[in-house]
Write a protein that binds this ligand. Structure first.
Ligand code: IMP
Length: 193
């Protein structure tokens, strides 16, 4: 069965392929010209909107995700605007650290929502995951992307950018959302071991 991935980012496709390897889906990228605006005010609303629109436009099953950083002292900002908070990763981090200033409450979380839509656009499965951490005052580490260098996870005593891909996946918002999705999927179509 084909599952259209509602992204133009080949990196996201590769990551999903690794997670969903033991399910019987052939993952394909969405057509590039098919753009869906993220107009929802929650990650789940955006994931549903993207999965549903791409499913209808391609007349196929589709999967979409939306994710971002929520900082307590900024009332949950940048939230669904995480990607639009600046032009580059470094500008986004600079803006975040400036907005936080010398605020002592550095608590934050990454959140991710994933939805799978049927060809008629109705949602078949959805899942959410969060990873709690703290925003450091300076960047640390060279791995990953986005806000990874300033997102510190006390449980591992490392920033996301200091973790190997495997460790990050085992605790990350995206990893948890995908694990939840896979277990729901296996409940409706048990896969022989
Ligand atoms: P989207 O889910 O592709 O819309 O991207 C959301 C934005 O949130 C990204 O551009 C990053 O800035 C940020 N983001 C989401 N997940 C992560 C992560 O695991 N590490 C760092 N930044 C992230």
């Amino acid at each position: 069965m084909q599952l259209v991935v509602a992204t133009s980012n080949p990196g996201k496709l590769r990551e999903l392929q690794q997670y969903l390897a033991d399910l019987d889906w052939e993952l394909v990228l969405k057509p590039q010209e098919l753009e869906v605006e993220e107009t929802g005010d929650t990650f789940l609303a955006n994931a549903r909107l993207k999965a549903s629109s791409v499913a209808i436009a391609t007349n196929n099953w589709a999967i979409a995700d939306d994710s971002g950083l929520q900082v307590d002292a900024l009332n949950g900002a940048p939230g669904v605007y995480s990607a639009r908070y600046g032009a580059t990763d470094s500008e986004r981090i600079t803006r975040l650290l400036k907005e936080l200033g010398d605020e002592t409450n550095r608590n934050a979380q990454f959140a991710c929502a994933i939805a799978i839509a049927r060809p008629d656009g109705t949602i078949a499965l959805e899942s959410e995951g969060i990873c709690k951490g703290e925003i450091l005052e300076e960047a640390r580490g060279n791995h990953g992307f986005g806000y990874d260098p300033v997102f510190y996870v006390p449980q591992k005593q490392l920033t996301f950018a200091e973790m190997t891909t495997e460790v990050k996946r085992s605790i990350s918002h995206r990893g948890k959302a995908l694990t939840g999705l896979i277990s729901q999927f296996k409940q409706i179509t048990p896969i022989p071991l």
